[in-house]
Design a protein around this ligand. Sequence first.
Ligand SMILES: [Zn+2]
Length: 135
Amino acid sequence: MENEENIKVEYDESKEQIDNLQPTTITLEDGTQLFFNHITTCTMVDGKTINILTNTSSSQVCNVCGITPKDINNLTSSINRPCNTEAYKFGLSVLHSNLRTFQYLLNIAYKLDLKIWRTSPREKRQIEKRKKTNN
Ligand SMILES: [Zn+2]
């Protein structure tokens, strides 16, 4: 059964297991030893669970800075809000980074080969082709 208390208990147990992970050692044929430390973060946790773990009251409220949809377009208010940096460990919050951020990142990714912002019609066709083929 999934409720707030169970989620917090499960998270604490998982966190404890993560904290106690031992490094992996691999010994190659020539005797060389490779050591791997495991660094794990819980970035694939759903929004409801993150809200519980960050004590955020609503899915309409940013779990990093607490901003609400009413204030999200007020840049002065949103920029100066203190952030709960502990919430960063759950990954990039879409609400916190603003939805358009991902559109900008995608546009930059499509233009990585060109390394210019303004494009000619020929370059635009290249970009459109790239968007359709996803590579
Ligand atoms: Zn925020």
